[in-house]
Design a protein around this ligand. Sequence first.
Ligand code: GCU
Length: 601
Amino acid sequence: MKLIKSILIVFVIILNTPLTAQETGFSDLLQNIDSREKIELNGMWDIIVDPLENGYYNHRLQVKDDGYFKNKKMESPSDLIEYNFDTSSQLMVPGDWNTQMDKLYYYEGTVWYKKDFNYTIDSNELAFLYFEAVNYESIVYLNGERIGSHVGGYTPFQFEVTDKLKEGNNFVVVKVDNKRKKENVPTVNQDWWNYGGITRSVHLVKTPISHIADYSIQLPKGNTKTIEGWVSVKNGKDGDAVNVSIPELKKNVNAVVQNGIAKFSMKAKPVLWEPKKPKTYEVILKTATDKITDQIGFRTIETKGTKILLNGKDIFLKGISIHEEAPFKTGRVVSKEECKILLEWAKELGCNFIRLAHYPHSETMVREAEKMGFIIWSEIPVYWTIQFENKDTYANAKNQLTEMISRDKNRAAIVLWSMANETPESEARLSFIENLVEQARELDNTRLITAALDTQGYGKDENLIEDPLGKAVDVIGINNYCGWYAGSTESCSKLKWASAYNKPMIMSEVGGGALYGLHGEKNERWTEEYQAEVYRTNIEMMRNIDFLAGLSPWILMDFRSSRRPLKRIQDDFNRKGLISEKGMKKQAFFILRDYYLKENN
Ligand code: GCU
């Protein structure tokens, strides 16, 4: 009796112990910048292409203290300054440099970006330079002073710059380097173009001194009658009030800040978010000095044996994989319109699910997909054979994972966090990814964890899923290219599958290549007929997999990759798209659509 009593006491203490910002595991990356006051820094930026990093290192390879980041100007006719942003070329931000300038098409290295902007000092506000994504390594300077750096090409980062801003004209300089290195994440080889540059929007975000930095608002795991969460308040003080309201649900609670965090919980019966009814609610967070509004959906997601349950109901994920390649113009997707084109095509295909590969796509893509009712698989680029033994590589992957979850933790549409794609079996790999899984569960225990495996091998009549990584994840992703990389197309429909795990499987990649408009016999590679046959026979194969909970064939649209040089067929494009980069639908598009619309609706 005494023991139970003391356990109960400990439990009550834990429940009421306030969370601290550190304990959220997140770094106070400003949540939901769309709802914040900001100066847009998009548009044309002056650039200097610097393959030798001459603007950073001197001829002794020591870091210069008067590099290009100083943006120096000649003050007297005899001054020697061998660079000038004002007379140099320009690039559009957001955007990759490879598709904006022919001479930068293959370029991998350093490009310096410079942007001037006006600022009016206001002693009641803080200012943050917020980058939605820069590929790959960036060093940021403000008015000639270094303010920070970031590694990783697909997640947001920010620097508070309030005391570094001047009244009137300011200039920001970013050294962007997309050189591939073995220790990087991803590493030196990847089957997508290494688009370099400031690839997503840049903002100077303004907040009150005491402001709402971050928040998490969701249904607890498996519970549809309680909405709970926390709000992280920066520069607030213990006892400060935070009001959380959901007008449409007539819900309104006050929470109290302690150690920078206000936790709350409210009984509520929201209409649950689901593909056919992607319901979101306006949620308003208010403190004495700050106000944030967000559109948030509520749903539960779990697995039961080999089934995936959304809001307690079994759901089959009819999906497609998507790269962040812009339709028609190609290059990195930069606008809401481009996101919508890709998503409309997925809708036309009959999808309720999208795999955003192999890196976090833009927040705009995630929010538009949520509005359109797509269930989302979001992934970090732990891709192929990265350096699993390298501690810095792990820290980098862990940071990208944390930034991904931090940005999108309030998006109901995201139900799967993917840790990796096609990584080779080894002890180092297993513990590397197991540690990532643990980190993901600590940050967010409400979603499912997955990874895309290709270790089942080829050439057997039956594929057995027994990769040890299957133990660590909730849902097993399988990449399998029967009829393309191995086996004849006919062999696929007879291919059997078994699994060592009583867990749902998603066929995260399946498919084959075709050049739009190339026609011939169904055994002729690169013809639409061949690709269509691959889909026909693989769909037959998948009908017989009783633990299949969904699929996301590879891939919605042809995308650029420097691994695809075959002239007049690939021309630097991976041709496994169901739609060409110019928006032309191939025969296989209609095979998959019929499977989704006729069989699994
Ligand atoms: C792999 C990989 C993809 C790649 C695809 C292909 O499975 O995950 O990134 O593009 O195969 O070979 O087309």
